[in-house]
Ligand binder design. Structure first.
Ligand SMILES: Cc1cc2nc3c(=O)[nH]c(=O)nc-3n(C[C@H](O)[C@H](O)[C@H](O)COP(=O)(O)OP(=O)(O)OC[C@H]3O[C@@H](n4cnc5c(N)ncnc54)[C@H](O)[C@@H]3O)c2cc1C
Ligand SMILES: NC(=O)c1ccc[n+]([C@@H]2O[C@H](COP(=O)([O-])OP(=O)(O)OC[C@H]3O[C@@H](n4cnc5c(N)ncnc54)[C@H](OP(=O)(O)O)[C@@H]3O)[C@@H](O)[C@H]2O)c1
Length: 778
């Protein structure tokens, strides 16, 4: 096939998207376009089609023979529109009346499909043979079928995620209703149980829930690996694995099925070319279709997280698999197209197209998409997170922009997949901004000298614990933090001479009401002298074990975070503190949040709270809430809490025990076990001096203020054994149908062993145990 003809065909096919001509007219036009006529004067491609006499007589004669009058009328209007869109005019059928009489048509030369494939130039008008017309008709029907099919498949993929999300949302809703229904602070659980048992539906629901939890939602997809990496790979839960496998199977199937190719197609004679083109188009469109899902799942403000109750980690797993499938489909699209071009026209067409932005930007986008998963490797995510993030965002934005150009030749047909990406991204970024402004800035008319109130922060570093404690007093008073939520903390960092803000997630560990009497962030949170005491005093003056901490509903407390310094942002905060004599710095930090969910721990008779290192942040708020309603939840069904905390430095335990944990001591219903796996000195970061800082006060902390002996054990706890012991104790206490809630916030290994133990307990027949995880793995 000649280059010019091939280009014409491709352009014509683009037109199919914009002007849908009746199939019959399309078929005749496609068949006639395969023929070469020698007109009386040379005409350009579109001119020939709109004004070429031989071609038009052949076109009109064939449409008159094979198409219905109403098809003809509608079709010719469409062709006329196409011609004017190309700045030329269609010579109307009336001009050729004499050539289109029955007699004139019966004298026309009849051409067969394969008769002129050698490229013979016609000097007379012709009539398509019936077989030729039928092949052309089949070509158009197949082409239109493929267009409809790939859009249908794109929406099948949406339907898949839609069903998953709807099921997740329904389960979440039912669970919440169930929790709400079961929860009545004044009613004992047994009575409550009987009430629900009377309902057959509730029993069925409970059974389904139990089986799903035991076999699918809780167990790891491979052995006991979930938060731990398995040879550098993240292992989803069994349920997530099933969803991911179905998604892959569905995507592969939808990419390869239903290609009705046949010999004699008027666009591409040979089946392998047809297959290449249909496959290229299908994979291209499916790849585009995945983009909105990809972006939706990766957003910080993902409304689906709220609806389903699934964690960011779960959506992150789906995000990565959708990304991989979209990338593979983009690569398949590019390869198939290249194959088609080379097979049809070799380098000639390629050289022509490679100069066109829509073509080379398509290749560019595919290359970027292929590089992106490599630049998101586990190594980069762990060791060069900022680089990974920067590259991820930059590449993603460039890919979307280039894709707009890539499919611009289709007059916006494929933009329906790209604009939602823009909308999702803009909404996510805008919500971040709204949250940022809401958390950090308040305009006050009360104090004309300080009309704008901003968030204030103090960072203190303890080198014996190797922990940073950040106290953030938000600009607003109305913030209502919840246990188990996390915030993004923003700080400006200098990148190559530029002050850029970076943000990192941290779990809210506690609330500090010491500054609220000052009523506002515009004034210092507390007097300077008190600031200095903050981390060196044995305990906060304001923390009273018996007093509810919600002192004034109108005032927002300071938010406390415990942070383990790593190598980036957290290291810079640590270094900032180390440059000050008292290891304490006032830093301009901003808050964005809250994110995440609170676990409904108040509904469990027995709680097992397991914390590892700074994972204390995920458990502490619940303890404070249980002990003195620091967070405003007052009705607890809980009768026993087993709290297990292991960290490297015993000093960290002593610090927290003497501050936030202090009100929890001396109670019969709170059993605390502390483990330290390193001595403070042996695990302190190299090069740091332990003198002249908080360690000076360690003795005081331990002896005078910590309530009694902490009984720190200097080894790792046996997490499975402790969970089993707590569950056994619960069962032997005769609580009957009471439930046990297990919350873990800590390192991956700890969380995985706890998860595996809960699965075992469920399998052994004790159904009334729930597992909650406040941990994050890559
Ligand atoms: C929901 C959540 C809650 C967390 N809560 C706490 C907490 O209360 N206390 C605490 O000490 N740590 C917490 N972390 C971990 C904390 O976010 C990282 O340790 C911190 O971002 C490291 O910053 P860096 O620049 O010093 O790290 P780097 O030295 O650059 O990296 C250290 C590690 O942190 C990871 N990391 C870096 N930046 C981010 C980021 N923006 N998002 C996710 N992971 C990142 C890296 O992958 C790497 O594994 C939490 C993480 C998550 C996801
Ligand atoms: N919401 C969240 O997602 C959140 C919030 C805060 C922290 N975290 C995570 O929690 C972890 C804490 O980090 P960190 O540096 O603060 O911790 P850390 O000081 O190292 O403390 C972790 C403690 O857990 C012990 N441990 C590890 N695996 C264990 C296992 N399988 N069984 C029993 N004990 C085990 C460690 O013992 P060894 O010293 O012997 O290893 C250590 O004592 C990090 O992974 C962090 O990302 C998550």
């Amino acid at each position: 096939m000649k280059l010019r003809t091939w280009i014409t065909i491709v352009v014509l096919q683009f037109a199919v998207y914009t002007h849908s001509l009746p199939t019959c007219i399309n078929a005749v036009q496609a068949a006639i376009n395969t023929l070469a006529f020698i007109e009386s004067q040379p005409l350009s491609d579109y001119d020939a089609r709109c004004r070429g006499r031989l071609r038009l007589i052949s076109f009109y004669a064939s449409t008159t023979v094979y198409c219905e009058p109403d098809e003809l009328k509608e079709g010719l209007e469409g062709v006329a529109t196409e011609c004017s869109a190309q700045n030329t005019t269609l010579v109307p059928i009336s001009e050729f009346e004499a050539n289109l009489t029955e007699d004139a048509i019966s004298h026309l030369r009849i051409v067969e499909r394969f008769e002129l494939d050698g490229g013979d130039n016609l000097t007379v008008p012709v009539l398509l043979s019936e077989e030729f017309f039928n092949l052309a008709y089949k070509t158009i029907v197949t082409w239109e079928y493929e267009i409809a099919l790939r859009r249908e498949y794109a929406f099948t993929s949406y339907a898949f995620w839609g069903i998953i999300i709807v099921i997740g949302t329904l389960c979440n809703y039912l669970m919440k209703c169930w929790e709400r229904r079961s929860y009545n602070g004044d009613t004992h659980v047994d009575a409550d149980d009987q009430a629900s048992m009377s309902s057959h539906l509730a029993m069925v629901f409970r059974r389904i829930y139990h089986i799903t939890k035991m076999y699918f939602s809780l167990p790891a997809g491979w052995k006991t690996y979930h938060l731990r990496l398995y040879y550098g790979c993240t292992v989803p839960t069994r349920m997530e694995t099933i969803i991911v496998i179905i998604f892959w199977a569905m995507s592969i199937t939808l990419s390869v099925i239903k290609y009705p190719v046949f010999y004699g197609n008027v666009y591409w004679l040979l089946p392998d070319r047809q297959l290449a083109r249909y496959f290229a188009d299908r994979t291209g469109e499916l790849s585009y279709a995945h983009l909105p899902v990809l972006w939706l799942f990766s957003g910080r403000n993902n409304v689906l997280q709220w609806a389903t109750g699934w964690s960011f980690g779960t959506f992150n797993i789906y995000h990565r698999h959708v990304a991989r499938v979209a990338t593979l489909q983009a690569v398949a699209h590019s390869i198939a197209y290249h194959h088609l071009i080379m097979k049809n026209n070799g380098m000639a067409l390629y050289r022509e197209w490679i100069q066109m932005p829509w073509f080379y930007l398509g290749i560019f986008a595919t290359i970027l998409m292929s590089i992106l998963p490599m630049l998101s490797s586990i190594y980069l995510r762990i060791y060069h997170y900022e680089f990974f993030l920067l590259v991820h965002i930059t590449f993603s934005l460039i890919i979307i922009l280039t894709l707009f150009v890539h499919t611009s030749i289709f007059h916006g047909v494929y933009d329906i997949y790209l604009w939602p990406v823009v909308v999702v991204w803009v909404i996510d970024r805008s919500l971040r901004l709204v949250r940022l402004v809401y958390c950090n800035i308040r305009i006050s008319l009360k104090d004309p000298n300080h009309p704008i109130l901003m968030t204030k922060s103090t960072v203190t570093y303890s080198s014996v614990s190797n922990v940073l404690r950040i106290t953030v007093t938000p600009g607003v008073f109305s913030l209502r933090p919840k246990p188990g939520t996390h915030y993004y903390i923003y700080a400006a960092s200098n990148w190559f001479g530029w002050d850029l803000w970076e943000s990192h997630p941290f779990t809210l560990a506690s609330l500090d009401y010491t500054g609220t009497s000052n009523s506002g962030a515009s004034r210092p949170l507390r007097p300077r002298a008190m600031d200095e005491e903050l981390y060196t005093q044995p305990c906060y003056n304001s923390i009273d074990s018996d007093t509810p901490m919600v002192s004034n509903e109108k005032e927002s407390p300071a938010l406390v975070f415990y942070i383990r310094p790593f190598d980036g942002f957290t290291k810079r905060l640590r270094d900032m503190c180390l440059r000050t004599p008292n290891r304490q710095a006032t830093v301009r930090l901003l808050l964005e949040g809250p994110y995440g969910h609170s676990a409904p721990l108040e509904n469990f008779e027995t709680l097992v709270l397991i914390a590892g290192g700074t994972g204390i942040a995920g458990t502490l708020p619940y303890i404070r809430e249980y002990v003195n309603h620091q967070w405003g939840r007052r009705r607890w069904r809980t009768e026993n809490i087993h709290f297990i905390w292991t960290t490297q430095q015993a000093a960290f335990i002593n610090e927290v025990a003497s501050k936030e944990l202090r009100p929890a001591f001396g109670r019969d219903d709170l059993h605390m076990l502390f483990y330290a796996t390193s001595t403070a000195t042996s695990r302190a970061p190299p090069g740091l001096s332990d003198t002249a800082d908080y360690s000076d006060n360690l003795d005081t902390l331990l002896t005078s203020e910590t309530p009694g002996e902490l009984g720190i054990q200097y080894h790792r706890p046996d997490v499975p054994a402790l969970i089993r012991a707590a569950v056994a104790k619960h069962r032997s206490s005769g609580k009957g149908s009471g439930r046990v809630g297990i919350l873990v916030c800590g390192p991956a290994g700890m969380a995985d062993s706890a998860r595996a133990t809960v699965v075992q307990i469920l399998r052994e027949g004790f159904e009334r145990v729930e597992y909650f995880e406040e941990a994050y793995g890559w």
